[in-house]
Each structure stands twice: as C-alpha cells, then as structure tokens.
Design a binder for this molecule. Structure first.
Ligand code: SAM
Length: 216
C-alpha cells in the first residue's frame, strides 16, 4: 500500500513537474471547454479588451509576443490594432487552434511559438512588447522569468501584465480561485526585482483585473 502511494505520487509529480497549481486547476477543464470560456461573447463586457488596447496603444508595426496566447482572444485585438504578433504558449493544442484561427492568408503577421514553462524563448532584444493576459499567475519563478522577458525586449520595450485582482468581490465566475491569484503589489515588486523601474498600474479601469505596464 505504502509503495503504491509512493508510485502514485511520483507519477503525478512528474506529470505536473512543470505546472503550478493554476495549471493543474485549469486543466481540470477540457481544452474545448476552455476555448469556449476564453471566447465567451460576454467576456468582452468585463474584460474590456478595447480599453486594454487603448492603454497600450499605439501598436501599429510593433513586434508583440502574446505569452500564454490560449485561444488567441487578445491576439485578435493586437493584430487588428496593427501589431505583428507571436502567439506563444506551452500548450501545443492552443497553438494549433491559433494557427487555424489566424491563418496566413488573413493574418500574415501572426506566428506561433512553443515556449517552456520557465522560458518565454524570446529572441534577444527583438520584441517591442511582451503581453500577458490572465497568464502571469500561471508562471513559477516569476522574477527569473521576467529577467528573460526583459532580455527579449528592445530598449524602451514594454511588458504588459493583465491579471485577476486578488480578493475582488466580482461575480464573473471566470478565473482562478482567490488563493491562486497574485496581488498587484506582488506583481510590481517582482517587476522591480527583475530590473524594471518604470511601472504604471491601472486598477480602477476594471472590476476584476489590474493592468500593469513596465518599460525596459
Ligand atoms: C487562463 S489562460 C489565458 C489565455 C489567454 N491569454 C486569455 O486571456 O484568454 C492561460 C494560458 O497560459 C498558458 N500557460 C500556462 N503556463 C504557462 C507558462 N508557464 N508560460 C506561458 N504560458 C503558460 C496556458 O496554456 C494557457 O493558454
């Protein structure tokens, strides 16, 4: 019995060795269901994608990596605002979905990139912006991760972190449990530890979210 439990723990730990609790939680839901949650038309009301784009504009001609692209919900808005977008994810199924959604004929400025849980695989000094939506809390060792993001940004490039407020009273029924969320103070502190010092925070704009923008 003891041996059986040890074996079970080893198998489950190795399966999730690259995943934090937010990923384990998210993958209790199937990919198809996740895709329909991410693309729920009601999401536009509380996610306010147009306001997010307004806060980070102008985007025309910018090289943007959308880290944790998922269904491509935000990539669509970034592309329509004129950015050249790399949809990056650790999950091949989401990347495959995005390749079909943003096919080369309609979206010549969209490409995908398979990344690691601990490395966004950004080319050095290549991107104008690293955008993440509802993904930052999925990342472990975030200061070390942000240092890699910083290395992939051009001078004056920006990292954009949109994520769920901790202890928000919202009733959206979307998003991770409170225990998995990160406070905006944690995000700002981690950005500073990674060497970003020009940081803007927008939290009044959204009910459930904060938007943090840091410049290299
Ligand atoms: C909650 S979804 C958000 C998807 C999309 N950004 C959106 O706002 O709809 C989180 C995404 O992050 C990806 N992800 C999880 N861990 C990651 C990591 N360490 N690095 C990059 N992406 C990760 C997941 O595969 C998933 O696509």
């Amino acid at each position: 019995m003891h041996y059986f439990l040890m074996l079970l723990m080893t198998i489950s730990c190795s399966h999730h060795r690259d995943q934090n609790s937010a990923n384990v939680h998210m993958h209790k839901t199937s990919h198809d269901q996740l895709l329909s949650h991410f693309e729920d038309p009601k999401r536009d009301i509380w996610q306010k994608p147009d306001l997010v784009v307004k806060r980070i504009s102008p985007l025309r001609g910018l090289e943007v990596i959308d880290i944790g692209v998922g269904s491509g919900y935000f990539s669509k808005y970034l592309l329509h605002a004129g950015a050249r977008v790399t949809g990056a994810d650790v999950d091949e199924k989401f990347l495959e979905h995005c390749r079909k959604r943003f096919n080369n004929t309609e979206y010549p400025y969209f490409t995908t990139l398979k990344i690691d849980y601990h490395d966004p695989k950004m080319k050095n000094s290549f991107y104008d912006m690293a955008f993440t939506s509802n993904t930052y809390h999925h990342i472990e060792n975030r200061v070390s991760y942000l240092k890699k993001v910083k290395a992939g940004l051009r001078l004056a490039g920006r990292v954009v972190i949109l994520d769920f407020k901790k202890n928000s009273d919202s009733k959206t029924h979307f998003g991770p449990p409170q225990s998995m969320r990160l406070s905006v103070d944690t995000v700002v502190s981690e950005l500073k530890q990674a060497g970003f010092d020009k940081i803007s925070v927008y939290r009044g704009d959204f009910v459930d979210h904060y938007l943090v923008i840091a410049t290299k």
